[in-house]
Design a protein around this ligand. Structure first.
Ligand SMILES: Cc1ncc(C[n+]2csc(CCOP(=O)(O)OP(=O)(O)O)c2C)c(N)n1
Ligand SMILES: [Mg+2]
Length: 654
């Protein structure tokens, strides 16, 4: 007979031996949370290791990402094909699928990347919300639970507050959070830095709470069963001992983040009476664990049967959603829309052009789930076809995130890894830094998440320097695997939205203006933004100067060009909506666009990263300080963003 403790010990020893072999890792949580994880994976989770992509599997998020070996051991034991003993033996080594922290895409059982504390908890809110959305659209065929294992650290991070209050508000009752309550973090006891009564805090946010002994399998099982029946999200405080069994280090921070060492490991073996060789699991224990896969197969087959009996149109709709199919009619419909933009003769803020685009996209793509962090009327993210999701009605397609930018980005990650939907969400570009850690995970996970960041320069005007972005765009341009786009007129906005929708393996940022901008594009036949930069207005005969610009500064460059022509300086204007895409073009194309004449790059943001486009003899006209509170026109004059100022600079260069 195989006991719960045998199963848990298999998890423990695979984990700590892997850490020992790697000479690095976090054994404390592996030893301390193995009982919680064993109950969850053996008795509660509905997963199918042989069908890891089953869309209705329960989701498990290891928010305390430093416990990665715990997850890897569970994935191996329950029979995920890609989680191997060899993998465990190469934990944390170059090219191993078992990295220091769980990386989305590395192993099929990793639901999201975790490691930055708090992110997993907030992402799991998005995964749980996706379940509600999909359940509403497709019915009972989607009804999974989402479980997150969090540590003291996750609960101390600010993002946890946003996550807890949002999930409580929406009554996401299929979200169950398990707290590895060991009262220890890296620096020592949690009493060094917190007094928080976590259960009271969760209850105040509308959660159901349960307290259990985190080493008692029966109580853990009862608590998790009860949690599944709640009409609110549930927080289970599982009291544990970090590094359980380590003779000197258990219950102390010494066991948090360094291998046990020979002596301590011997002690742990004695404590649990574990006599197996490293990485060796007795057949009876492994067989018992592998029953998870057998039961998973059955659950999956039953579900597949139920799916096959659904009405044909529902099946087709679901398949299209989960395969991320863009409807066949999209190209023609969107082209027709772009043609209407050529009638747009009044200047239009690019944020408003974005709304016009969304007015077409939202009905065309029901997979789009929009939202804003309480700036809906400023971001123009809502359309007549958008309906807000409420705690009583998940039929909508728009999320009022409240003033929770960081949570918004993490929820969008959760929605994105759930595959059915494409999330987009808005805030001001100046507040990008409030959501940056989650945006970084969108990029790291290569997920399609669309950030609509408006009020993209000193053009904000009177709200002043707190609301005027300077360094934000440069900071995201420095990030790998993300498209940063700053369209210059209504046509470019539509083109950039098209790129964001078609780029399914990266997040996108659309940086949009508050202020109105004239349309300069006269054709829509080709998506010119796709090349990242292109000649917006050619020189008349022989190029003597080139003005490069993005967003609102393109129309400024075009005005300057006219004045320069009057002065006899033959100038071309290049629009650069996406530097990343421009950098990917052939050298010959880049040379043709940039030309050999002196170049000036104009962008009313930080110059960081722009000099390479102008060469040694070029100039960058940018912000070198924070902005100021004043009407837009005054600010442009003060900071040198007028046609006259540009003409003066160019005149001295040619
Ligand atoms: C955002 C963030 N800040 C800091 C860290 C570094 N870090 C990793 S684990 C940890 C302590 C976590 O304590 P707890 O969650 O209680 O884990 P335990 O020590 O109990 O395993 C810290 C500070 C991190 N991973 N992410
Ligand atoms: Mg802890």
């Amino acid at each position: 007979m195989v006991l719960h403790s045998d199963l848990a010990n298999a998890v423990r020893f695979l984990g700590v031996e892997a850490i020992e072999k790697a000479h690095s890792g976090h054994p404390g949580i592996v030893l301390g949370s193995a009982d919680i994880a064993t109950t969850l994976f053996k008795d509660i989770l509905r997963i199918a290791p042989n069908h890891p992509d089953w869309i209705n599997r329960d989701r498990f998020v290891l928010s305390a990402g430093h416990g990665a070996p715990l997850l890897y051991s569970l994935l191996y034991l329950t029979g995920y094909e890609d989680a191997t003993l060899e993998g465990l033996k190469s934990l944390r080594q170059l090219d191993s699928k078992m990295a220091g922290h769980p990386e989305y895409g590395a192993l099929s059982g990793i639901e999201t990347t975790t490691g930055p504390l708090g992110q997993g908890l907030a992402t799991s809110v998005g995964i749980a919300l996706s379940e509600r959305l999909a359940h509403n659209r497709f019915g009972d065929i989607i009804d999974y639970y989402t479980y997150a294992l969090v540590g003291d650290g996750c609960l101390m991070e600010g993002i946890s507050e946003e996550a807890i209050s949002f999930a409580g508000h929406l009554k996401l009752n299929k979200l169950i959070v398990l707290w590895d309550n060991n009262s220890i973090t890296i620096d020592g006891e949690t009493s060094l830095s917190t007094e928080t009564n976590q259960c009271a805090r969760f209850e105040a946010n509308g959660w159901n709470t349960i307290k259990v002994d985190g080493h008692n399998a029966e109580s853990l099982f009862q608590a998790m069963q009860k949690a599944k029946e709640s009409d609110k999200p549930t927080f289970i405080s599982c009291k544990t001992i970090i590094g359980l069994g380590a003779p000197q280090k258990a219950g102390t921070s010494a066991v948090h983040g360094a291998p046990l060492g020979e002596e301590e490991l011997k002690g742990v073996r004695r404590f649990f009476n574990w006599k197996e060789e490293p990485f060796s699991i007795p057949d009876n224990i492994l067989n018992e664990w592998r029953k998870v896969a057998e039961e998973g197969d059955k659950a999956y087959q039953e579900w597949a049967q139920a799916f096959s009996k659904l009405p044909k149109d529902l099946k087709e709709r679901m398949t299209a959603y989960y395969n991320r199919k863009i409807p066949d009619s999209f190209e023609a419909d969107f082209k027709a829309f772009k043609e209407t933009l050529l009638k747009e003769d009044k200047p239009l803020a690019t944020r408003k052009a974005s709304q016009k685009t969304l007015e077409v996209l939202v009905p065309l793509l029901p997979r789009l789930i929009g939202g804003s962090a309480d700036l809906t009327p400023a971001n123009y993210t809502k359309t007549p076809s958008s309906t807000s999701i409420t705690k009583d009605d998940f039929s909508g397609n728009y999320i009022n995130y409240g003033i929770r930018e960081h949570l918004m980005a993490a929820v969008m990650n959760g929605i994105s890894v759930s595959k059915a939907f494409i999330p987009y969400g808005g805030t001001f570009l100046a507040f990008l830094d409030y959501l940056k850690p989650a945006l970084r995970l969108s990029a790291l996970m290569k997920r399609q998440v669309i950030y609509v960041l408006t009020h993209d320069s000193i053009g904000v005007g009177e709200d002043g320097p707190t609301h005027q972005p300077i360094e934000q765009l440069a900071s995201v341009r420095a990030m790998p695997d993300i498209l940063v786009m700053r369209p210059a007129d209504c046509v470019e906005v539509a083109e950039c939205w098209e790129l964001a929708l078609k780029t399914q393996d990266k997040p996108s940022i659309l940086a949009l203006s508050r202020q109105a901008l004239p349309r300069f594009r006269t054709t829509v036949d080709e998506n010119l933004s796709q090349k990242g930069g292109y000649i917006a207005s050619k020189e008349k005969e022989t190029r003597q100067a080139t003005l490069l610009a993005t967003g609102s500064e393109v129309s400024l460059a075009l005005e300057a060009q006219k004045l320069l022509w009057e002065k006899g300086i033959d100038t071309a204007v290049v629009s650069m909506p996406c530097l990343e895409l421009f950098d990917e073009q052939d050298k010959s194309y880049q040379k043709e666009v940039l030309g050999t004449a002196p170049r000036v790059f104009i962008e009313a943001l930080s110059s960081f990263g722009l000099h390479k486009y102008v060469g040694d003899n070029g100039k960058v006209v940018s912000m070198t300080s924070f902005g100021a509170s004043a009407p837009e026109a005054k600010l442009k004059e003060r900071f040198g963003f007028t046609p006259k100022a540009i003409v003066e600079i160019v005149s001295k260069m040619v």
